[in-house]
Design a protein around this ligand. Structure first.
Ligand SMILES: NC(=O)c1ccc[n+]([C@@H]2O[C@H](COP(=O)([O-])OP(=O)(O)OC[C@H]3O[C@@H](n4cnc5c(N)ncnc54)[C@H](OP(=O)(O)O)[C@@H]3O)[C@@H](O)[C@H]2O)c1
Length: 328
């Protein structure tokens, strides 16, 4: 039988990116691709997939030089399993090491109504960062920055369900409303409207912060350090305010780590994938009972991926930025 040939749209990096990335640093190209796995060598266990949806991750900018690997939901060709994991910004991909990709649970509502995201990388990041790094106790006071983002909105809901007092910061009034009215945060504030972040945190945490889930870094981290309680924990998940700076801002209040005996730990979700079954045990019942809300921002078509990625750095996205490459 003749091998099927398809056109494979993909995004390439035109220029090395320093500072804030621009759409013009990327280009969408189309090449022909035979739907056949390469023979032998490193490809003995490889699979061919059709990419369906991917999520834009702000740290992708640091990975663009190696061809935009990003979080994708895809269908194995020709077998048809739905999987998630990292691949490239293209319509079809050959994955040489499929063991690092995960099958999507069959008994969930159909893709794509958030359940795949919840049970994928953002959910796993929120779970590992909050429960493994922060070791929460009921009643503790939790602060989350970039709280309406993919990870933050879940950390907040996990923390509320666990019995914590939860406050989030975000960059627009609309996002602040979402945090309070849809995700059930106790309080939320627009960090862009605060002249003095230290004073803002004191307003919401008069007795200090036990747990800080760090997504942004910079001035927010400095203000948080001043407001942490003794034996507080800080999970350093991301530092989006620093990713595009030529010169990273310094942190001035690190002495608080000593005087308040704070534990501050960075983590990468990939180190926690062995906990994936434990995470699903926790989250699947909550999803089925409709106890978790999730908001995402959908861009249609791979050609809109560069603009969707750039939008993350100005906060244009509301919730997880998803790009639909194909619906089936
Ligand atoms: N450690 C890991 O394994 C891991 C895994 C996944 C993600 N991450 C990191 O976790 C963080 C959150 O990821 P996500 O996927 O939830 O984010 P996201 O949904 O992509 O949201 C990004 C949001 O960050 C905010 N932001 C952008 N620039 C900012 C700035 N200069 N200062 C403060 N806020 C800014 C914007 O919201 P506003 O309108 O609120 O400003 C933007 O919408 C990121 O730093 C990401 O790199 C880490």
């Amino acid at each position: 039988m003749a091998e099927e040939e398809v056109s494979n749209k993909h995004v390439i990096l035109k220029n090395y990116v320093s500072g804030f990335p621009k759409e013009s640093d990327m280009e969408v190209k189309t090449t022909a691709l035979k739907l056949k796995l390469p023979d032998g060598g490193d490809y003995s266990g490889a699979i061919l997939v059709k990419n369906l949806y991917f999520t834009c991750n702000c740290s992708a900018k640091d990975r663009v030089t190696i061809g935009f690997p990003d979080l994708f939901f895809f269908r194995r060709h020709p077998i048809g399993d739905l999987l998630w994991g990292l691949t490239r910004w293209e319509e079809y991909s050959v994955i040489a090491d499929p063991e690092t990709r995960f099958k999507i649970h069959n008994n969930l509502p159909p893709l794509f109504n958030c359940s795949a995201l919840l049970t994928g990388m953002p959910g796993m990041t929120a779970y590992a960062g909050f429960f493994e790094i922060c070791s929460p106790k009921k009643g503790e006071r939790v602060f989350i920055s970039a709280a309406s983002g993919a990870v933050g909105q879940l950390v907040g809901q996990f923390a509320k369900a666990f019995g914590c007092y939860v406050v989030g910061s975000a960059g627009t009034k609309e996002k602040v409303d979402l945090l309070k009215n849809k995700f059930g945060f106790d309080e939320a504030f627009n960090y862009k409207e605060e002249q003095d972040l230290n004073a803002a945190l004191k307003r919401y945490f008069p007795d200090g912060i036990d747990i800080y889930f760090e997504n942004v870094g910079g001035k927010m981290l400095d203000a948080v350090l001043l407001n942490m309680r003794v034996h507080g924990r800080i999970a350093v998940c991301g530092l989006i305010s620093q990713y595009n700076l030529e010169q990273h801002e310094g942190i001035h209040n690190l002495f608080c780590l000593i005087t308040k005996r704070i534990k501050m730990e960075g983590f990468l979700v990939f180190d926690y994938y062995h906990l994936y079954p434990k995470f699903l045990d926790m989250v699947l019942p909550q999803i089925k009972e409709g106890k978790i809300a999730y908001v995402e921002d959908i861009a249609e078509g791979l050609e809109n991926a560069p603009s969707a990625l750039i939008g993350l750095f100005s906060g244009r996205n509301i919730g997880k930025q998803v790009v639909v490459v194909a619906r089936e």
